[in-house]
Each structure stands twice: as C-alpha cells, then as structure tokens.
Write a protein that binds this ligand. Structure first.
Ligand code: ADP
Ligand code: GLC
Length: 482
C-alpha cells in the first residue's frame, strides 16, 4: 500500500475559502483504494462550524519547540467520506474569525507552525507517508524541512515531497531575519538559489526548490508560469525546474455537483430534460432575488472572489454599457476587494430588478446560481485552473471566459459553423473584447435557441470528474516512490 499525505490550509467540508478546499476535499477520494492510502492534515481553526468540530475526536497531544517556546500540539481525527483527516490543534495560532488574516508575520508564523507540527505528528499517529503532498505557500516549508531537520531521523528518511501550486500569486514573503527566526533554519537556506527572493525570504520558493516534484492545476498554467507575465518573479526557477513540473487539470466532485441530485436546487434535471426543467430553477431564483420574473430573459451568473485576479475591473468598466440594453439579468455572489463589493451593490441599486448583488458567502446560493443561470461569466486575468467554470458546465450553464490557464484548457470556444464548443471565450484582457463576446453569446441565445441548447448538450456531456486527473497524480506518485 502506498501512503500519501495531503497537507493543506483548507479542505471541504471542514473549511473553505476557495477552490483549494474543493481540491483537497475531493481528490483523495478518487485514488484507487487498493493501492493508495491517502490521508489529509488540516489546521483546526476556531472558526470552523461546530458541526465540523463535533466530527473530530482527540487522538494525542505533545509539546513542540517553536519560536523558543514549548507549544501545545493537539491532534484530532475525523473520518469523512472514507478519508481519514487529522487536525492540528493550537488555540494561539488557529484562532480568529477567518482562516486567514491580514498580518503577514502572523500568517507566516501560523503556517510554519502548522507545517512543522504536521511533520512532527506522523510518528505519534503512526502514519509514515511515502509522499507528502503540499499545497500552496502555507505548506511550502515542508519540502525544505524534509531535506533539513527531519532528514536525519530514520522515520523520515527517503520520504518524498510534492509541491502543488494552486496560485503562484501568493508566496508567503517576509524579511529574511524574521523568517529565519520563525523557521529556525540557518542562514545557508536564505541564499538566492534557495529561499531568498530579492531582499526577502519566500516560503513557496522553498517548496519549489526542494520538492521532488512540482505540479500545478492545468497544463496551460504550467506553461504560463514559466513566462515573466504570469511567473510572479519565480519564472526563472520554474524554467530551471521544468522537467519536474507538470500540469494536471483539476476535477470537481461529481457526487456533490450533480444537477440530478443536488439538494440545494428545487428542480432537479439532467442532460435529457434540462430544456424543460432547468428554466424552472431560473424562475425560482428570479423570485428569490427580486429580479424581474421572466424566464425568457438571459441570466448571467458570477460566483467568485471579487478580486483583480478574477477580472472584476473589466466587468466594472462595461457594467453600464452591458446593462444599457434590456435583455440580460446579472446575478453576482462573492466577497473580496471592497471596491468591487461596492461596485456591484451600486449597480444592484441602479438597475434594480436586473442586477442582484449578493455580497456574502453561501454554498446554497452558489449551487442555485450554477443551476439557474444561462451563462456564467469568468473573465480572469489569470486562472491556474478555475473550478467555477467546471461546475457551470456540469449544470449546463454556458461559461464566458478569458482564454487563460485552466479556462483555456476546459472551455472549448463555440464555433457556429462547425457546431462545436462548450462556451464563449476571448483572448485579450480587454473590457470591450469581453463585452463583444457577451453580446455574441446573447445573440446565439436569443436568435438561435436550438444552437444554444446544443452547446448545453455538449457542455453537460463533458467529463470533468476526477477520474482522469486522479490517475495522473497516481502515476506521479508511482514514479516518485519507484
Ligand atoms: P479560486 O479558488 O481562485 O477562488 P475556483 O474557481 O477554483 O477559484 O474556486 C472557487 C470556489 O469557491 C468554487 O467552489 C466557488 O463556487 C466557490 N465560491 C467562491 N465565492 C463564493 C461565495 N461567495 N459563496 C459560495 N461559494 C463561493
Ligand atoms: C486557486 C486558483 C484556482 C484553482 C484553485 C484550485 O485558488 O485561483 O484557479 O482552481 O486554486 O486548484
């Protein structure tokens, strides 16, 4: 049996702020259980819902040297959907009303503590992974530790590590003196070929430098991050490590995102009956959100972090022009940068009945939007993979995307002459190119309804379950373990 350990800062259903949680909470279920024993370590955040905490039971505790003090490390355990989860408990580091805060030093201390604790609990829980699979900057120091302080012990010897980049934008950067102090690593680790990043220290860079293999979440993003535009100043290192870097596109949990069984939606449907049934969800959502009740109106959805990454400045730029005609409705669900939250609130007020801005987090409303809308807008500046467009495809809601990262790999542009395609896309990061694409989609929706429904047929027939991608991870583990 090959043993795989995921270490990550979030995972569904325990805690989620974005797509990372979806991946961590679903991918391990899709490994072949005859050959792989995959388990997950997460922090036990104070802000987790009580029902999640109720699923955990005490396993062990000990004290670990951290920042010159003996810090409490509690280990809790839960079983969920056939997967064993461990949680690191420490009230000082994992307090707060959100998993992530704004103070960089506190964030770095929190996740270095978490990373060190995650490795330290392994002998205690008697689980010796062949591969430690790390996700994003929060766990970037693990591959470094595995080659440093943990390398000496018999237990850890030969343990391999994988660093998966879900978002290269966030790297865990702070001045060398502070990171040296927090990590306990000596000066030799803070040179430009290791963790130094200009004048600072960079945890993700440590992970990329020391991991035995590196992955990211789509093939296009794997290529893009080797260029200066997308490389976030690590493109040189990524080019240098390109033979160990692979792009494996994300899947989604097909049991959770399934229009036929989804308990959040009132009218279930499938590829066979969506023409009659999907529209009923639109009517319900219009009523629920106070939009003009007209099932013929094309409804466009956005479920997103409202940030620059997601192309929200393009949307802001053309809102008035887009809504000047009376033929679309826009439903937004998201939180993020204040300027975008207020922008959508403003347009909700200005175009009441046509625009619905929901500035909060809601699992239920997100499912209803995926199920009810006709199209889904995702004009990202960069997108490592993107899961929202996969969810949209699954619900027959046609994505309108910019051709970048995983959006380019998963949405095939509609071609009206060859009757091909599952969505609409544009190339340049330009608001009017986006608007022209939205107008084109509107035209097909209103003037060629049969063609539109065929796009829906093709979208719903796509397979973005984990089947294929999970086997690619398995191949990589096999190759690493030998
Ligand atoms: P990212 O991880 O960059 O935010 P992804 O498309 O990979 O983008 O994943 C986003 C995930 O978060 C999806 O599951 C999406 O439905 C969900 N999501 C984003 N914002 C909200 C929100 N306000 N309420 C509910 N779910 C949300
Ligand atoms: C990141 C990326 C997103 C990706 C997700 C899961 O949050 O922004 O594109 O889908 O991670 O890998």
């Amino acid at each position: 049996m090959k043993k795989i350990l995921f270490v990550a800062s979030e995972g569904v259903p325990f805690i989620k702020t974005g797509g990372l949680a979806d991946v961590v909470g679903s991918l391990p279920k899709y490994f072949d259980k005859r050959y792989f024993d995959a388990r997950v370590i997460l922090p036990k955040y104070m802000c987790m819902k009580q029902e999640m905490k109720d699923m955990m039971h005490y396993r062990a505790h000990f004290y670990m040297d951290f920042l010159g003090q003996d810090e409490y490390v509690g280990v809790l355990e839960a079983q969920y959907d056939g997967i064993t989860y461990y949680f690191i408990d420490n009230e000082k580091y994992f307090n707060g009303f959100k998993p992530y805060g704004d103070n960089v030093v506190e964030e770095i201390s929190k996740f270095v503590f978490f990373s060190k604790a995650a490795l330290s609990i392994l002998p205690v829980i008697d689980f010796r992974p062949d591969v430690v699979h790390c996700h994003d900057w929060q766990t970037g120091i693990i591959p470094v530790y595995l080659k440093e302080r943990f390398a000496g012990g018999e237990f850890y010897r030969g343990m391999k590590s994988v660093m998966t980049i879900h978002n290269l934008k966030f790297q865990g950067v702070y001045d060398i003196k502070t990171v040296k102090n927090i990590s306990g690593l000596d000066s030799s680790f803070f040179t430009p070929d290791k963790m130094a990043y200009f004048k600072d220290a960079n945890l993700l860079k440590g992970g990329i430098t020391y991991a035995d293999a590196i992955t990211t979440v789509s093939q296009t993003y794997a290529e893009e991050i080797k260029t200066a535009f997308y490389g976030e100043k690590l493109d040189g290192l990524l080019r240098a490590r390109s033979k160990d870097l692979r792009g494996i596109v994300n899947g989604i949990d097909y049991s959770e995102y399934n229009p036929e069984t989804d308990s959040y939606i009132l009218h279930k449907y499938n590829a066979g009956n969506f023409r009659k049934e999907k529209i009923k969800n639109k009517r319900d959502l219009q009523r629920q959100l106070g939009l003009v009740e007209n099932e013929k109106k094309m409804m466009i959805g956005i479920v997103s972090r409202l940030t620059d990454q997601k192309g929200m400045d393009l949307v802001a730029y053309i809102m008035d022009e887009m809504l000047s005609r009376d033929d679309i409705q826009l439903v937004v669900l998201g939180t993020g940068q204040e300027q975008y939250e207020n922008m959508f609130r403003h347009f909700d007020w200005k175009y009441h009945g046509k625009v619905s801005a929901n500035i909060y987090y809601s699992e239920e409303l997100s499912h209803r939007i995926y199920a009810s809308c006709d199209a889904f807008l995702m004009p990202s500046l960069f997108e490592p993979c993107g899961l929202s467009q996969l969810m949209s495809l699954r619900y027959g809601t046609i994505p309108i995307v910019r051709e970048t990262g995983g959006l380019k790999d998963t949405v095939e542009p509609y071609n009206e002459y060859e009757s091909k395609g599952t969505g609409f896309s544009f190339k340049n990061y330009n608001a009017h190119e986006m608007l022209a694409t939205i107008r084109y989609a509107e035209k097909i929706y209103y003037d060629k309804k049969r063609d539109w429904n065929k796009i829906v047929d093709r979208a719903m027939a796509m397979d973005y379950s984990w089947k294929v991608s999970a086997s690619k991870y398995q191949e990589m583990y096999d190759w690493l373990i030998g």
